[in-house]
Design a protein around this ligand. Structure first.
Ligand code: NAD
Ligand code: FES
Length: 286
């Protein structure tokens, strides 16, 4: 059992939970993730280890409440316990030991970028972070990243930092030159756009992929992605890959596979007697 020691609302649908997991806190590396099961019989949810405190024996999980299971997880309070946390899983981030790295985080992906930036900074690499959100309230991890280097904040509506997507700010950094490696984590369209943006500059671009995961140990095949024309399992061979080699169309397609099942699981129309979603397809199938 893993007790929740702290809880914080980071943005309208993103929650931070600090959870007791002392062994994982000690041995984890940037880029690794855990698989969480709230209680017996519930869905297994892959979550990046956004931070860890070895002294307290806690790890930080950042959860975007998008479906039934993640909503149940963020409804938990300090003092309650999560049944299982398996990990650390996945390959650690490929680190530079010198030079300059740019870390790009879009929305909740910024929580995944944070441990990368932390590891790079600790290794002596100069880190510039470019982070984006729909508006000010959706920007997360800005203070934490500011402790590690320069931060450029972008919001779609211009309510904080500069107006525009992260790609707009990134283009200026690329034009200025001097970037040895770039890490990007966020929505698939963002990672695809960044990979296309950096390609002509020849800047190595690492993306962290978030396909559907079930076991997290390379056995179910649920997390398969295409990288350079080869099928790779994100859970054991990733989740980070060369962004210039990733088939983002296939990734987006596979991410949509279970959307209908998720909507059905989240549907409250049977218990509430009314459908709450404007675009809900579940009501149509019942
Ligand atoms: P969002 O849609 O609000 O976008 C956040 C920011 O990303 C935007 O403000 C913008 O700066 C940038 N962005 C978005 N689309 C872009 C585009 N087409 N071109 C350039 N920049 C773009 O983000 P959100 O709702 O917080 O993100 C949710 C998505 O992130 C989910 O689909 C989730 O699955 C994914 N995600 C990915 C990972 C991962 O490991 N790759 C981790 C967590 C979440
Ligand atoms: Fe099952 Fe990767 S999650 S093989």
């Amino acid at each position: 059992m893993h007790t929740i020691t702290a809880k914080q609302q980071l943005s309208p649908n993103v929650t931070r939970l600090d959870v007791e997991a002392s062994r994982i806190a000690t041995i984890r590396h940037p880029g690794q993730f855990v698989i969480v099961r709230k209680c017996e019989g519930t869905e297994r949810i892959p979550l990046t280890i956004a931070d860890a405190d070895e002294e307290k024996g806690t790890i930080t999980l950042v959860i975007q409440a998008v479906g039934k299971s993640t909503r149940e997880l963020v409804a938990m309070e300090v003092g309650e316990s999560i049944r299982d946390i398996s990990g650390p899983l996945g390959h650690p981030t490929e680190m530079l030991t010198q030079g300059r790295a740019v870390c790009v985080g879009g929305g909740v992906g910024t929580a995944v970028v944070h441990p990368m930036a932390q590891g790079l900074s600790r290794a002596g690499v100069e880190v510039t972070s470019v982070i984006g959100g729909r508006s000010k309230e959706w920007v997360i991890f800005e203070p934490e990243l500011a402790e590690l280097g320069d931060v450029v904040v972008c919001t779609d509506d211009g309510s904080h930092g500069r107006q525009g997507f992260v790609t707009d700010a990134l283009k200026e950094l690329l034009d200025a030159g001097g970037i040895d490696i770039l890490y990007a984590v966020g929505p698939v369209p963002m990672m695809r756009a960044i990979a296309e943006l950096t390609r002509p500059y020849g800047v190595k671009t690492i993306v962290s992929l978030n396909p559907v995961m079930v076991d997290g140990t390379g056995m179910c095949g649920g997390c398969r992605v295409d990288v350079g024309g080869t099928t790779r399992f994100a859970c054991v061979e990733g989740p980070e890959f060369d962004g210039h080699e990733v088939d983002f169309d296939l990734l987006a397609d596979r991410l949509g596979t279970y959307r209908e099942f998720e909507e059905e699981a989240s549907c409250t129309s049977e218990t509430s007697g009314r459908c709450s979603g404007d675009n809900c397809r579940v009501g149509l199938t019942r």
